[in-house]
Design a protein around this ligand. Sequence first.
Ligand SMILES: Cc1ncc(COP(=O)(O)O)c(C=O)c1O
Length: 376
Amino acid sequence: MAEEQQFIPSFTLVRQNNALKDELVTTLTEVIESGMFILGENVATLEKKIAQISQAKYGIGVANGSDALYLTLLACGIGPGDEVITTPFTFFSTAGSISRTGATPVFVDICAETMNIDPSLIEEKITSKTKAILPVHLYGCPAEMDEIAEIAKAYHLKVIEDAAQAIVAEYKKKKVGSLGDACCFSFFPTKNLGSFGDAGMVVTNDEEIAEKIKVFRVHGAKIKYYHDYIGCNSRLDELQAAILNKKLKYLPQWTERRREIAGLYTTLLQNIVNDSSALICPTAPDHVFHVYHQYTIRTDRRDELKNYLSANGIGTAVYYPVPLHLQKAFAHLGYKQGDFEVAEKTCTQVLSLPMYPELTDEEINSITKKVADFFA
Ligand SMILES: Cc1ncc(COP(=O)(O)O)c(C=O)c1O
């Protein structure tokens, strides 16, 4: 009886916040009492720790993941007249950040299996204007970085990882953050490590990139009130850093639980949905450590399934309904329907099931039962 009335949201922070409330209130109180809100000890500590867990030398806290991308591109010298290769199947920010620098995003279709940029299609898009490749580790699954690095090396391009959804994910035993020239994280509240607002970080092994971003985030001033560049105001603040420092110690167990939930979903779904072509479960190559920011299934009956689950008290989400080359904001780039068939089809099929470490096995069971009922 409870099963019919239960509501399982596609995402919630209430459970996590309740569990950590005392600890988080204490740390926020400490910041308030310190009177230090901008670029203090909490930010410095977080920068060190995030760099360390990403196997990178430097961490630079910024206001959000979008600015992390934008400032990294600027620090790589990218601007008007340049082209940056990326995926059309990602959050808007990935390509929006390229456009903000004045450069042009150039899209390349995705692999049907991983839903990440297809490295075999990159080379044909390289021109004399290409300056960088910006792969996204979508849903927490690292892109094929060896192939991307090889192409980048051959054409002298920078590689900037968009790891907004993939903190502590690994590619061939190396952490995201150590696989390109620089890597960008978002700590938006829904991310695997989320703040109580907006926050982001760049990690890099390149001292020059790190130093530039440090300066760009404070209006281009190395010395206060002496401005060498235009820059902007993009700082990660102390309150957010304090929260993130506290939450960081739980990240390994949260990541393990996400992976466990994904395993459980796949086992249960594969057992109950007889027609394997009706529903595709996410898979990851053996050489990656997927951190399951999302557990995203695919079906041609996506909208029907979404409505059915919603009517049965189960929240789901569509990341993303429209590929970037067909977004109105990018109409000036001149792409059309049919340009990236895999991304276009994927946008019509994807459905992300509830995914957060606090989900119970019982909830996963009832979600998968409802999916099975739908396909029965
Ligand atoms: C793939 C991807 N890139 C970039 C971003 C931008 O991060 P933020 O929302 O912190 O600006 C996000 C976050 O939503 C994202 O999912």
